[in-house]
Design a protein. Structure first.
Length: 377
């Protein structure tokens, strides 16, 4: 089976930097040259395409335009971007094409423009429906704007609409967290990403940590939130990802199933299987300044063979679905014998169940995922 190829496109600007965020995003000091950035993305893609195996039949299976705040880009430029990509490498007509949108940077015209450009999935960064929580998170939108953005996206009958919410927020009670989920569920997005807030070292929250709920409360929020989502038809398929039937995010699934992807734009990462079975990773220049001077590729390297099992399982075991053994062989180009001992250890510890064709992570394995992965280091 050919390895599916996706495309990630990074848009690095935001109206203002959120205090918890360590994504590659930069506050707008002045309006950037959005059109010029599109030219750079295309030049970056052109360089990347020389690294593809030209004997393989490559078409793009999914596109994710992430950020930063991609919805700062006008629809005409997103249309131009997709047309110019398609002129270089065929985008499968059925490809899932997502754009991330912040509630403060959307209106009817922009969303319909995105749809006309070929976007069929919109992911809206809501984080919370409570005004005080949004202020504490440094968000530039209010709950009403979030609700309108979701309603608007839903009205377009796209393939899927995702809402990003976070939990474990400063001073969040169990009922606050359930309120956020209930509000989201009432708007009926097809996909819900429900992340626990993590404090990242290189952020404002990292240097000035807010008071977060204790472990017992975090556990209650997770348990009850999970139940509420499940009861309402949202099936968990990854640690933080819940979807209605048929609405799992194809782009993220490709990452987690260890598929290939091109990554263009500031700081974007790529993974490209080479004709000889080696796996090449690419990392793009992180800061817009260097990137806009035409220095796209910061580094590229071949992943050492002995690290591949760990890399494969680190992605694969995030998914709750079983892992076909065949996929390990096809995606790492290694025989099962290289992990036989580690699989035995994982089974003995109760982290995995093995059948002829698959490995299934157990509840114990999910709970102690780091210990499970360490076995493959
Ligand atoms: C690439 S980010 C940004 C999307 C968009 N710019 C926004 O903020 O709405 C995607 C999502 O990651 C989540 N996220 C970002 N930082 C996080 C953190 N420190 N802990 C947990 N989730 C985080 C947020 O839910 C966010 O919507
Ligand atoms: S808007 Fe999104 S990407 Fe930008 S700083 Fe905030 S969380 Fe990060």
């Amino acid at each position: 089976m050919p390895i599916p190829l996706s495309l990630y496109i990074h848009m690095p600007w935001c109206v203002q930097k959120c205090p918890y965020c360590d994504f590659n995003s930069h506050s707008l000091k002045q309006i950037p040259d959005y059109a010029g950035y599109i030219d750079h993305l295309i030049a970056d893609l052109t360089q990347d395409l020389t690294m593809l195996d030209h004997n393989a039949d490559h078409t793009i299976h999914s596109i994710f335009i992430g950020g930063g705040t991609p919805s700062l880009f006008p629809a005409e430029l997103i249309a131009q971007l997709l047309t110019r990509i398609n002129a270089q490498i065929l985008i499968n007509p059925k490809a899932e094409i997502t754009i991330e949108a912040n509630p403060n940077s959307v209106d009817v015209e922009r969303f319909t423009g995105y749809q006309q450009a070929g976007i069929n999935r919109i992911s809206i960064g809501v984080q919370s429906f409570q005004a005080d929580k949004l202020v504490k998170l440094g968000r530039v939108h209010n709950p009403e704007e979030a609700i309108s953005a979701i309603k608007l996206a839903k009205s377009l009958n796209l393939q899927s609409v995702n809402v990003d919410l976070m939990h474990g927020l400063p001073n969040q009670s169990l009922s606050d967290a359930m309120y956020d989920l209930e509000q989201a569920i009432a708007l009926s997005p097809t996909h819900l990403s429900w992340y626990q807030l993590t404090i990242e070292p290189n952020t404002l929250f990292g240097s000035h940590p807010p008071k977060l709920p204790d472990d017992d409360r975090l556990w209650d929020i997770y348990q009850q939130g999970h139940q509420l989502l499940t009861k309402n038809g949202y099936q968990q398929y990854e640690t933080s990802a819940y979807a209605k039937a048929g609405s799992m995010c194809q782009h993220n699934l490709n990452y987690w199933r260890f598929g290939d992807y091109l990554g263009i734009g500031c700081g974007a990462h790529g993974k490209l299987t080479q004709p000889n079975g080696e796996i090449r990773r690419t990392v793009k220049t992180r800061h817009p300044k260097g990137y806009l001077q035409g220095r796209y590729l910061e580094r590229t390297y071949i992943v050492p063979k002995e690290e591949l099992p760990f890399e494969f399982f680190m992605n694969r075991f995030r998914l709750l679905e079983p892992t076909p053994k065949q996929e390990f062989i096809e995606r790492t180009f290694q025989p099962l014998s290289v992990i036989e001992n580690q699989i035995d250890i994982a089974k003995t510890k109760g982290f995995l169940i093995e059948t002829d064709k698959v490995w299934q992570i157990t509840e114990q394995g999910k709970l102690f995922l780091n210990s499970l992965l360490e076995i493959f280091l």
